[in-house]
Design a protein around this ligand. Structure first.
Ligand SMILES: [Zn+2]
Length: 564
């Protein structure tokens, strides 16, 4: 078993090496590429396997921007599963550590799969510093762009530390107090309390916090375009943004992923001081198209993602000191070009046969469901499918689509792809969930990695490129409060359960540190910290920046440098 696995890895490595583009030649032609990078842009195609790029390329009819950048692959397994979800893989890419399912920016929990060692007690659920936090400490500009809520797992892994990816109100609070230069995506409802039609249960209005921090809040493509200087918080939807294929139909005021990426790069690269920048961009909905087994939604978001990669590459080529990494966090859907319907005819497949049915699909599966409306009858389903997917389907097929909507009440769109993709297209699917294969790795610029990398290595490659020492960074950002201060001096005030406060008494000093914020209230006076304060209920441990520990203790020595 072990032997065959190793053989397979070697085989894949060999294949990967054979498939490598002549990047070495490129580096020789441009000596500047060997220098240390000044900027790092990480682009993540959520839930995207290898075959997805092939399909997008056939549809586009010319090579993808990504094609010239292929350098290897990434293994995606997590601490407690062979098949990954975005929270732990995002954490691996952001922090350099492999962690467990659902965890965002925290060390793993006990109960690991064979081959992954059990975490030491102090590492369990311990906040792990992210490359974005490190870049910020080095004085670099930072940015996050996604088409999901920016509190969704992948962006969350770069900007927050919580024990469950579903704690999006906590993620948003940390995002607001991280002092990031540019954030763009969806999720505006997590900025507002329930009383103001938001989702927050802690009663806080984070929109006014953002204003007090000097952010410009943009809610439309035009407002984004008009933004000139300062910090930008672009919230283009209360929840997720629209699938690319639906954007012009349902929300033309939203920017595309490529537009957001170009704007973010423009803002970050022009930040006064010019210390370089770190930007993470996620094509969030590639994953959801795959979950729904929806080829047209998949391709439209893939091509938009490729456009975002082009935006990054255009900048990197001009700049000469930017490392671009593009990869995905896992595969979703198990998509294949070819399905049971092509079992006997696959060797006669012409491009038009593959592409024609998909070219006629004009909305995503959730978009179709919106067109069906509240009156969910087989007739309405047939009509919507005829109008927007150009398929004349039977009563039985319409009934099957509606039966799946009942079977999967949280994903009622699943039926369209599950029933129709195998019958009316040549695209096959194996699941509505994720799958566990390696994913392709693309890179450009100085310190580009190559070969088959382990997920956490992506975090370390990124940290190296940013010139960060992750150990020192972790020591500086997350000190366990109970270990830093004598017994009995540390308490968690949970009187207001939604707004807990870490309280520390030291000598005659009294410190209060509200959780999920970067504020130290020392003897009644507030000061801003260089990182957020985190409390983990699972272990009843609180963590604060070393800067706060030193302030409370009156220590004046300089903080350890986070650079290499
Ligand atoms: Zn997913």
């Amino acid at each position: 078993m072990v032997k065959s696995f190793q053989t397979r890895v070697l085989f894949i490595l060999a294949l990967t090496c054979l498939a490598l583009p002549p990047l070495a030649g490129l580096a020789a032609a441009k000596p500047a590429l060997k220098a240390n990078p000044r900027n790092v842009i990480v682009l993540i195609a959520d839930g995207c396997g290898s075959e997805h790029y092939t399909l997008a390329r056939w549809f586009k009819g010319t090579p993808l921007t990504l094609d010239a950048l292929l350098v290897g692959g990434v293994r995606t397994f997590i601490a407690d599963s062979v098949i990954a979800d975005s929270a732990p893989t995002g954490t691996a890419y952001a922090t350099g550590y492999r962690t467990s399912d659902k965890l965002i920016g925290l060390g793993p929990k006990p109960g690991t799969i064979a081959g992954v060692s059990e975490p030491a007690t102090e590492m369990q659920f311990k906040p792990l510093a992210t490359v974005l936090e490190g870049a910020k400490l080095k004085g670099m500009a930072t940015g996050i762009v996604a088409t999901s809520r920016i509190t969704h797992a992948t962006p969350a892994a770069y900007i927050s530390h919580v024990a469950s990816r579903s704690q999006e109100d906590l993620i948003m609070e940390q995002a607001v107090y991280q002092d990031i230069d540019v954030i763009m995506g969806g999720g505006g409802q997590y900025l507002l309390p329930k009383a103001a039609d938001g989702k927050r249960t802690d009663g806080e209005d984070l929109r006014s916090v953002l204003r007090s921090k000097g952010y410009v809040l943009a809610q439309t493509r035009d407002a984004m375009a008009a933004f000139k200087t300062g910090r930008l918080f672009g919230m283009f939807s209360g929840s997720h943004m629209e699938p690319e294929i639906d954007r012009l139909e349902f929300a033309p005021q939203q920017p595309s992923l490529e537009e957001m990426t170009r704007k973010a790069i423009d803002i970050l690269s022009r930040k006064p001081g010019n210390n370089g920048f770190f930007l993470m961009v996620e094509g969030s909905q590639i994953d959801w198209a795959n979950h729904a087994n929806d080829p047209a939604h998949l391709i439209s978001d893939m091509l938009q993602y490729d456009g975002a990669v082009k935006a990054a590459l255009d900048f990197a080529k001009q700049d000469g000191k930017t490392l671009v990494l593009a990869l995905s966090d896992h595969n979703t859907g198990g998509m294949s070009i070819g399905n049971y319907g092509t079992s006997k005819t696959y060797s006669q497949m012409k491009p038009d046969q593959l592409l024609d049915p998909i070219r006629k699909m004009k909305l995503s599966a959730p978009g179709l469901l919106r067109k069906v409306g509240n009156d969910k009858t087989p007739e309405k389903v047939k009509e919507a499918v005829k109008n927007y997917w150009a398929m004349t389907i039977s009563d039985d097929e319409a009934a099957a689509i509606l039966a799946i909507a009942k079977r999967d009440p949280e994903d009622p769109q699943n039926g369209f792809g599950e029933v129709l993709s195998p019958k009316y297209t040549a695209i096959g699917w194996s699941t509505h969930g994720h799958t566990g294969g390696d994913v392709p790795l693309f890179a450009y610029g100085p310190q580009s990695p190559k070969g088959l990398l382990d997920g956490p290595e992506i975090g370390r490659v990124t940290a190296d490129a940013l010139g960060l020492d992750l150990d020192r960074l972790n020591g500086r950002l997350f000190v366990e409060a109970q270990k830093a201060f004598p017994e009995g001096r540390v308490t968690m005030d949970k009187q207001d359960a939604e707004n807990p406060i870490l309280k520390i008494s030291y000598g005659n000093r009294n410190a209060e540190l509200p959780i999920n914020k970067n504020i130290l209230r020392l003897d009644g006076a507030d000061r801003e910290l260089e990182g957020v304060v985190v409390y983990i209920a699972e272990t009843d441990r609180a963590y604060l920046p070393l800067q706060a520990v030193q302030a409370i203790k009156g220590v004046k020595t300089a903080l350890p440098a986070v650079g290499k």
